[in-house]
Design a binder for this molecule. Structure first.
Ligand SMILES: NCc1[nH]cc(CCC(=O)O)c1CC(=O)O
Length: 311
C-alpha cells in the first residue's frame, strides 16, 4: 500500500479541500493511504501589503511546488483560480475535480442587496476583477482593499466599517457556512467569475505515473473542458489572477461549450466582454482572447500592470 503525502496550506479552506479530495480517493477503495502535510507559504505570512508586490498569487503555488520537487509531498490540492496558466514541465495537473458553485456572492451588513446599497457604500474586495464589474454596475460605490482568509474577511466586514464584501460561493459552501450568510448571488451576467473559480486542481510530479493514474479517477470531464477553455483564454491574455480578467465557460444542452471572457479597467469604466461558442476548449479560449485583444484589452491590462508596479 503506497502512502501519498498531500501538501496543503494551513487555512481552513485549504485543509477542507484537501480532506474532500482524500474522501473522493478513499471511495475508490484502492491500495493507497493519504497523509496531510501543512505548508505555510510566504503569501500566507504577508498579509499587509498588496500581493502583486510580493509576486502575485502564483506565490502560494510556488512554495508548494518546491515541496513537490523535493519529494516532501507527492500531491498538492489547489483552488484552480490560484493556479498559474502554465506549469513547469516537471509538474502536471493530473485532475480537475467537479466544480462547486462558480459564482461570487455579496455579503452585506443588514442583508442589503447590491442595488439597494446606499450611494458611496464601502465594498471590501482585493480583486480587480470584482471591483471592475461591481463599479460598472454601481459606479457610486467605494471599493476598499480587504485581505485575509474567508473567516478574517467576514470578521472585518463586521468590525472595520465595510458595508459589504464579495466572496466566492465555493469557499463558503465548502466551509459549510449557512446559506443565510449570503445576501445575494452575483450571476455570471453581472459578475463573470475568475478563471477556474470553484474547481480544484490536483498537481503532482510529471514522472509519477502511478499517482497520475490514480488521480484520473476523480477528474471531472465537464469541469476539465470548461476550465481548459477559461485557462487557454487567460494564458493568451498573459494574465495573472491579480489583473481584471474573468472567464467562465459552460456546456450547453447540445454539449458545445460557451465561454464568456472579460477584461475591464479596475474602475469599471471600461468592460470588454465576449461570448464564444464552439466544441474545442482551446479554440474558443484563443478566439475569445483574439476578440478582446482586437478591442484594446492589452492596453488596459498593460496600464493596470504599470500601476501595480508603481505601488
Ligand atoms: N482568492 C482566494 C480564494 N481562492 C479560492 C477561493 C475559494 C473559491 C474557489 O475555489 O474558487 C478563494 C476565496 C474567495 O475568493 O472568496
Amino acid at each position: 500500500m503506497r502512502k501519498i503525502v498531500i501538501g496543503s496550506r494551513r487555512s481552513n479552506l485549504a485543509l477542507t479541500q484537501t480532506d474532500w479530495v482524500i474522501a473522493q480517493l478513499n471511495k475508490l477503495e484502492l491500495p493507497y493511504k493519504f497523509e496531510v502535510k501543512e505548508i505555510v507559504t510566504k503569501g500566507d505570512k504577508i498579509l499587509d501589503v498588496t500581493l502583486s508586490k510580493v509576486g502575485g498569487k502564483g506565490l502560494f503555488v510556488k512554495e508548494i511546488e518546491q515541496a513537490l520537487a523535493n519529494k516532501e509531498i507527492d500531491l498538492a490540492v489547489h483552488s484552480m483560480k490560484d493556479v498559474p496558466s502554465v506549469l513547469q514541465d516537471q509538474f502536471t495537473l493530473a485532475a480537475i475535480t467537479e466544480r462547486e458553485d462558480p459564482r461570487d456572492v455579496l455579503i452585506s451588513n443588514d442583508h442589503v442587496l447590491l442595488n439597494d446599497l446606499k450611494p458611496g457604500a464601502v465594498i471590501g474586495t482585493s480583486s480587480l476583477r470584482r471591483s471592475a464589474q461591481l463599479l460598472a454596475a454601481r459606479p457610486d460605490l467605494e471599493v476598499k482593499w480587504i485581505r485575509g482568509n474567508v473567516e478574517t474577511r467576514l470578521r472585518k466586514l463586521r468590525e472595520e466599517g465595510f458595508d459589504a464584501i464579495i466572496l466566492a460561493a465555493a469557499g463558503l459552501k465548502r466551509l459549510q457556512f449557512s446559506e443565510e450568510l449570503i445576501t445575494q448571488y452575483l450571476e455570471p451576467e453581472l459578475c463573470v467569475p475568475a478563471v477556474g473559480q470553484g474547481a480544484l486542481g490536483l498537481e503532482c510530479r510529471t514522472d509519477d505515473d502511478d499517482l497520475i493514474g490514480l488521480l484520473a479517477h476523480i477528474n471531472d470531464d465537464t469541469t476539465a473542458r470548461t476550465v481548459t477553455a477559461e485557462r487557454t483564454f487567460l494564458h493568451r491574455m498573459e494574465g495573472g489572477c491579480q489583473v481584471p480578467i474573468a472567464g467562465y465557460a459552460v456546456i450547453e444542452a447540445d454539449q458545445s461549450l460557451s465561454l464568456t471572457a472579460l477584461v475591464g479597467s479596475p474602475e469599471g469604466d471600461v468592460l470588454l466582454k465576449e461570448t464564444v461558442n464552439g466544441d474545442d476548449p482551446r479554440t474558443i479560449g484563443e478566439e475569445a482572447a483574439k476578440r478582446l485583444l482586437a478591442q484594446g484589452a492589452k492596453e488596459i491590462l498593460d496600464k493596470v500592470k504599470k500601476e501595480l508596479d508603481q505601488q
